[in-house]
Structures are given as C-alpha cells and as structure tokens.
Design a binder for this molecule. Structure first.
Ligand SMILES: Nc1ncnc2c1ncn2[C@@H]1O[C@H](COP(=O)(O)OP(=O)(O)OP(=O)(O)O)[C@@H](O)[C@H]1O
Length: 241
C-alpha cells in the first residue's frame, strides 16, 4: 500500500505536485494518468525517496521508503528504461542489482526469462532497442519479488505483443496481492490494464475512482480523460488560444 498525504513538490515557482492525498491499494492495478507535465514522474520519484517533498509525505507499507530495510525486495520500480549502463550485459546489470540487494543469483535468469530476454542475456545493453530496454527495466523491478511495484510509462516502445504481455503481467502481479502503480499519459493504454484510476493535472488530484466509474463519465474513456483534464493540459499544440 502507498499512502501520500498532502504530498507537494515545488521547483521554484512551478508546483509540480500539489497537496496530493491518495492511497494506492494492493490487489489491483492502479493507473496513474495525467497530461504531459502533470507531475506523475515527480510523484513516483518522491514515493521512491529519490526526490524530497517540499511538503507532506508518502509511505510505502506504512513507512517512508528510506526506512524499508530490504531495498528491491520491498519496492521494485521502472522509472527511465534508458538510464542504464550501456556497456554492461543485461545479465551483468541484473546480477549487480541482485548482489546489492541480497537477492539470489538465480532470480536473474528467472526474470530475464519472464520478460523474454533470455536470449539477449549476454548482449550489451547499449545494443538494445527501446522496447528491449523497457523489458530489462521491468525485469529489474521484478528481481526482488517485491510486494510494491511502480512502473513509469512502461509500455513506451513495446511492440503490440509486448504491450499485451505487459498488461497481463501487471494484472497477474495485482492478482497475487501486490500493489501495482502504472503511469501513462495515454488513457487508452489503461483501458485494458487498470482496475482503478488516479488522474492528476498540474499536480492536483482530479479523479480517484474505479475505471468503470471513470468510463461512465463520457461516451469513451478518452473523452472522459479529456473532460477531466480540460483545464489542466499545459502543453497543447497550436499555441495559446
Ligand atoms: N528537476 C526539475 N526542475 C524544474 N522543474 C521540474 C523538474 N522536474 C520536473 N519539473 C516540472 O514539474 C512538472 C511535472 O513534471 P513531471 O515530469 O513530474 O510530469 P509528468 O506527469 O511525468 O509528465 P510526462 O507525462 O510528460 O512525463 C513539469 O512542469 C516539469 O517541467
């Protein structure tokens, strides 16, 4: 379970996350949506303790993430799939993470297999496509078999088979009783993935409800998303009309 209370992050005059109070519950896939710049990545980084809130706070299974003792065995995350050492092989990258987090070495082969990268285990990550890097990032999140998993835009760069596989994976992880939070700026990506939605705009919470309730707001899910975020899209093609 993830609990944010009045969670706030300011960068100078920009309020990236604005008094966000939400609970992300286990046993379901929670989709985290908002237009570009809404504050999704900043929120995820604060949950993971990578950024310090300006105000409020957030706990994971009852504690600030820094107080959780087991690292990747407590929380797994895919943030930026491209943010990996290109000179290492996939297996070496995951082995280093496993060593640093007291995770048995056999998990490396297991997760590589699970994400479909078994045949690429000995290849340098620098030669990977974006979709392969996403799969590797998902493997890293799964490595410690954690009860809480965060994925920032995990479907970017995945081919249609990959998207279908990832959706099935998120649903399975939730069915196993884990807390699964998946961000996206595309509503349609969430239609077949999420049970519950958190929608933010300009850092503020705009909706926190089951997908079915959100869908009932308009003719299509995308229309519902457009309606809810109408006043908070910051970056719009065609200028400032
Ligand atoms: N390090 C930083 N310094 C200054 N402003 C920042 C910084 N990081 C993020 N911001 C600003 O905070 C706001 C929220 O950014 P964030 O990356 O969290 O949004 P997002 O919802 O993840 O967007 P996207 O869907 O485009 O990835 C944006 O206005 C962004 O410009």
């Amino acid at each position: 379970m993830i609990e944010a209370t009045e969670l706030t992050k300011r960068y100078g005059r920009i309020t990236a996350v604005d008094a966000l109070t939400v609970t992300v519950r286990p046993g379901r896939v929670t989709g985290f949506l908002g237009p570009n710049g809404a504050g999704k990545s900043t929120t995820l980084r604060m949950i993971l303790g990578l950024q310090k809130p300006t105000g409020g706070g957030v706990t994971v299974d009852g504690r600030p993430v820094r107080d959780l003792p087991r690292g990747l065995r407590d929380v797994g995350a895919l943030l930026d799939a491209a943010d990996v050492h290109g000179g290492r092989t996939a297996a070496a990258h995951l082995s280093a993470l496993a060593r640093g987090n007291r995770i048995p070495r056999r998990r490396v082969e297991q997760v590589l297999d699970e994400v479909g990268l078994a045949d690429a285990a000995r290849r340098r990550i620098g030669t990977f496509s974006l979709g392969m890097k996403q799969r590797l990032g998902i493997a890293a999140a799964l490595l410690g078999d954690p009860p809480v998993l965060l994925f920032d835009e995990p479907l970017n760069g995945l081919d249609p088979q990959g998207v279908r596989w990832a959706r099935g994976l998120f649903r399975r992880l939730a069915a196993e009783g884990r807390t699964v939070l998946v961000s996206s700026h595309l509503m349609n990506e969430m239609a077949h993935t999420a049970d519950h939605l958190l929608v933010i705009g300009r850092g503020r919470l705009l909706a926190d409800e089951p997908l079915a309730d959100f869908a009932a707001r308009a003719a299509t899910l995308e229309d519902a998303f457009m309606d809810v975020t109408a006043d908070s899209a910051q970056y719009r093609a065609g200028g400032t009309r």
